[in-house]
Design a protein around this ligand. Structure first.
Ligand SMILES: Cc1cc2nc3c(=O)[nH]c(=O)nc-3n(C[C@H](O)[C@H](O)[C@H](O)COP(=O)(O)OP(=O)(O)OC[C@H]3O[C@@H](n4cnc5c(N)ncnc54)[C@H](O)[C@@H]3O)c2cc1C
Length: 469
């Protein structure tokens, strides 16, 4: 790496002081990006982090925001606060559109930004496998705004169901279809089942909750397909115990309004279809096709370096370090991203002192998922698997440990305690009513999936105003 910091062109939009140190630009303030910056020696480098959000998102708890268990600010942390004490660190809220590695320049929505060392840690986005109908007709679960939209929509569905006199339409409003039985799908299904059992009947005593159905549709024959047979079977048993209906070995073939057609020929009617069926790399443009694998991940060597681009590294979900055990790259999990971030920081610190790069090895500490109250599954690296209450305590402990920020840890643990003891969930607020595709009005003839929900919510909102008038 050459030190061209002093000669570097300054971006007119950055308003950063110049530096004689090489500039490391990190795209993404996720698990990988923040762990890298935490450990990077800023006496050796000037560090600039770019993220399209001004906060870090703790994605593993998004489903609790969507199901009214937690407020979004308890699972997100402003990136400026994370690094408030870090010297020679700068943050800019920017969306990186294209990487020009020949000119060492990033093209962003705040202008062009030069770098000396680039670290791409942009994670993943929802994969609809090119199906636009699925994208338009379902709810994703990747970002805080997605979780808030879903929370509003879920609550709006119950408000709408109250006003609905048509039995079939009311049932469709009360039916939830989750596509994908990975950890997110399973956790969402469990949380919805808890809402149905403990919370919603108190909020909506006029509704018949025996009509509320929760389905999980999964293409493979297993739930939690990446986990051991034992954990998968346990999770299935727990879900069935919570009254979740599993449709395994089939996929959603088509969406037509509230009609969800499955490949096995069956049909479900639902206004609430949630898509957790896959992710794909969230890659800015500018990389050669030869550097990208089928999952849209950047192919990197054992040091995280993109082959042929010595000053460009990739980390976390977007990076695929292929080894014997992981021919398509490591699993897209927070611990992998964290370990890679720490490892690259050590490598870059060493490089500044003239030491060679060391290869990354992943230390697997186990995999876990929760299904609901007192129920979780854990696969340990020695082949053991745990379930039930002990696993659930373990799941909570590990999530608190990884959650960023002391305040967030305190708020989350207080909420969990409150929810556990009272069987209640405190955040059932429709703060900003959700209107799907409001930028693209649907043709009048084609009733959009949410029209019933939105119309009924509007009706409900107008009723008190009319009464006052
Ligand atoms: C709903 C859900 C539940 C999960 N549950 C678990 C779990 O229980 N356990 C577990 O280990 N893992 C879980 N994961 C996976 C885990 O969250 C990821 O492996 C981890 O977040 C990857 O970290 P990362 O830093 O690579 O990417 P991310 O954490 O996704 O961060 C990427 C960052 O890059 C930013 N960004 C992206 N593109 C651009 C751009 N062009 N310009 C500027 N900024 C950009 C994004 O805003 C984001 O802040 C879950 C994921 C999801 C979505």
């Amino acid at each position: 790496m050459d030190n061209n910091g002093s000669a570097r062109r300054q971006s007119p939009t950055l308003f950063m002081e110049g530096s004689h140190l090489p500039r490391v630009v990190v795209i993404g303030g996720g698990f990988a990006g923040i762990e890298l910056v935490k450990h990077l020696d800023t006496r050796r480098y000037q560090v600039l982090m770019l993220d399209r959000h001004n906060y870090h998102t703790f994605q593993p708890l998004l489903y609790q925001v969507a199901t009214a268990g937690l407020e979004p600010d308890s699972i997100a942390q402003p990136l400026r606060k994370v690094f408030a004490k870090k010297k020679n660190f700068h943050f800019r809220m920017a969306n990186v559109e294209r990487v020009d590695s020949a000119a060492r320049l990033l093209h962003t929505d705040i202008g062009a930004i030069p770098y000396d060392v680039l670290v791409v840690a942009t994670g993943t986005k929802t994969n609809y496998f090119g199906n636009d109908k699925m994208r338009q007709g379902t709810f994703p679960m990747k970002q805080v705004p997605h979780a808030l939209d879903l929370r509003s929509h879920i609550l709006q569905s119950f408000e709408a169901a109250l006003l609905q006199t048509d039995e079939a339409e009311r049932r469709a409003l009360l039916t939830f279809v989750i596509v994908g039985a990975g950890p997110t799908g399973v956790e969402l299904a469990g949380a919805l089942a808890e809402l149905r059992k403990h919370v919603l009947p108190c909020d909506y005593p006029e509704l018949d909750f025996s009509q509320m159905e929760i389905y999980v549709v999964e293409g493979t024959p297993k739930v939690l397909g990446a986990m051991s047979e034992k954990s998968s079977a346990r999770a299935k048993r727990y879900l069935e115990g919570f009254g979740v209906q599993l449709r395994l070995g089939t996929v959603v073939a088509e969406l037509d309004g509230p009609r969800v057609l499955l490949k096995d020929g069956s049909t479900l009617m639902s206004h609430n279809v949630i898509w957790t069926a896959g992710v794909t790399g969230n890659l800015p443009a500018g990389f050669e096709a030869a550097s990208i694998n089928k999952a849209n991940r950047l192919l990197v060597d054992a040091h995280g370096q993109i082959v042929g681009l010595p000053n460009v590294f990739a980390l976390g979900d977007i990076a695929a370090i292929a080894d014997e055990q992981n021919p398509n790259g490591h699993p897209q999990l927070a611990p992998v991203a964290i370990q890679q971030g720490r490892h690259l920081a050590r490598n870059l610190n060493g490089l500044a002192e003239g030491r060679p790069l060391k290869p990354f090895t992943y230390f697997n500490k186990g995999v876990m998922a929760t299904i609901g109250r007192n129920k979780a599954v854990i696969d340990l690296p020695n082949g053991w698997s745990l379930g039930g209450f002990i696993a659930w305590l373990g799941w909570m402990f590990i999530h608190l440990l990884y959650l960023v920020g002391f305040r967030n840890k305190a708020v989350v643990v207080t909420n969990w305690l409150y929810n556990y003891l009272t069987y209640d969930r405190g955040t059932r607020l429709i703060v900003r009513p959700f209107i799907k595709n409001k930028q693209q009005p649907a043709p009048a003839a084609q009733a959009p999936a949410d029209s019933a929900v939105v119309a009924a919510t509007r009706q409900a909102e107008q009723a008190p105003a009319q009464a006052q008038a």
